[in-house]
Design a protein around this ligand. Structure first.
Ligand code: G6P
Ligand code: MN
Length: 432
């Protein structure tokens, strides 16, 4: 089967390739597509050094890449890491959170990405209509919903954070055998509310456990034992930006550089080193450093020993289930179809799904904690306004989207943000 990776010159692509070396992978041909031939060449060198996997080719021609694809991964970054820095710095400069997927930065990232994702989805519908499309591009839920307008349920959004959270909590609970995760919300905005093992929800026992047990995993340290006990649920790490907004903004303002600035520096050096030295060594060192410093600005104390793969593992499991008769249970971004009764049927939500060769079907009976309902609805309304602004090229609607985000919550501020982003990003000139 043929897999195409859009954004094939991206730093995490060799992770996906390493997952494809697993004998259970259905992929025999891998095509990397990117708009940047230099990055494509660098990442191809790393992949070749990883050893023999599927037949590899690289191209900057989108139609050529997509033709005959069975699977398409979309992992693009419109305006690259310099765009991430702008997303962050404009927001921080105006006093609000500068994270790339949550808050003002996420709205900006969405506004410039949706038109590109929309064009890609149209092209896939034309030249590879039966391909399964796996979207990694952030903001992943919003971008998946944009692509679903053309691809329906053949586009599936993925994120590593819900399954990683589930793995860490299962380990803290001492679970070794099979368990199922009651996780629900939107991408980067979800909660784990139950963990069923042997027909029983064992999550409540975590909240009765010692502080040490609650501090034995990342989210327990990030949110603190008292708060987890009060919530009776484990929030996704991105909820930190909502529960601790003021301190998150202060930490960003006090930092010598943003995450984007750090990565821009680190990644530029890494791609240079791949070109001039040992490609695999340069890439591996940069990957370790990137992982070790993830959310360090937020005070996240990384749980490096939790084991299990990241997003490449989710992608492999998903492809395997879509290509075989063995169903899998995965937390995915898909159209809701009634699984979560607080948003409409077409809204893309992040929920557990049963995946077969017919595609993922969201499981019913999941819910978000009561205090999160209004937040989920409000962020989905923001996403819908972004989609509408992109579809209509409307600056006024873009301002409405920005103002409706709970971490902005002001029309004059939203106007200032949209004006500033529009003057920095040529990609936003379409907003009139
Ligand atoms: C997690 C999130 C991804 C996000 C990444 C950012 O894995 O689930 O959606 O892209 O973190 O990591 P970075 O190293 O780019 O800050
Ligand atoms: Mn994610």
């Amino acid at each position: 089967m043929k897999l195409v990776i859009l954004g094939g010159g991206g730093f995490r692509v060799p992770l996906v390739h390493s997952a494809l070396l697993d004998p259970s992978s259905p992929i025999t041909s891998l095509v990397l597509h990117d708009v940047d031939a230099g990055r494509l060449a660098a990442i191809s060198r790393v992949i070749e050094a990883q050893g023999h996997g599927p037949a590899l080719s690289a191209t900057t021609d989108l139609t050529e890449a997509l033709t005959g694809a069975d699977f398409v991964f979309s992992a693009i970054r419109v305006h690259g890491l310099p765009g991430r820095v702008i997303d962050e710095k404009v927001a921080i400069g105006l006093g609000v959170l500068g994270q790339e997927t949550t808050g003002a930065g996420g709205v900006s990232y969405g506004l410039r990405t949706v038109p590109v994702a929309d064009a890609i989805a149209r092209r896939i519908a034309l030249v590879a209509p039966s391909a399964w499309v796996i979207n990694f591009t952030n903001p992943a839920g919003l971008v998946t919903e944009a692509m679903a307008a053309h691809l329906g349920d053949r586009v599936i959004g993925i994120c590593d954070s819900p399954s990683a959270l589930g793995r860490r909590v299962a380990r803290a609970l001492g679970l070794t055998s099979s368990y199922s995760l009651g996780y629900a919300g939107l991408n980067h905005l979800g909660w784990l509310s139950s963990v069923t093992s042997g027909g029983v929800d064992v999550l409540p026992s975590l909240f009765d456990a010692s502080d040490d047990t609650l501090r034995s995993f990342e989210e327990g340290r990030l949110f603190g034992p008292a708060r987890l006990r009060a919530l009776r649920a484990v929030p996704n790490e991105y909820l930190h930006y909502y529960y601790d907004t003021a301190s998150s903004v202060r930490a960003e303002q006090a930092a010598a550089e943003t995450r984007g600035e750090f990565l821009l520096r680190q990644q530029t050096a890494c791609y240079d080193a791949i070109g001039s030295g040992d490609p695999l060594a340069a890439w591996t060192a940069a990957l370790r450093e990137r992982d070790a410093t993830y959310m360090s600005l937020e005070g996240l104390d990384r749980d490096a020993s939790a084991g299990g793969g990241g997003y490449e593992q989710v992608a492999l499991e998903l492809m395997r289930a879509l290509a075989s008769d063995v169903p899998a249970s995965l937390i995915l971004n898909v159209r809701n179809r009634g699984a979560l009764d607080i948003v409409d049927a077409d809204a893309v939500v992040e929920v557990p799904c049963t995946v077969t060769s017919d595609g993922p079907v969201p499981v019913t009976g999941v819910s978000v904690p009561g205090h999160g309902v209004a937040l989920v609805r409000r962020v989905k309304a923001t996403e819908r306004a972004v989609l509408s602004a992109a579809a209509n090229g409307s600056r006024a609607v873009a301002v409405r989207a920005m103002a409706s985000h709970p971490l902005v919550d002001s029309v004059p501020l939203a106007r200032a943000l949209i004006d500033a982003y529009r003057s920095e990003f040529p990609e936003l000139a379409y907003l009139r």
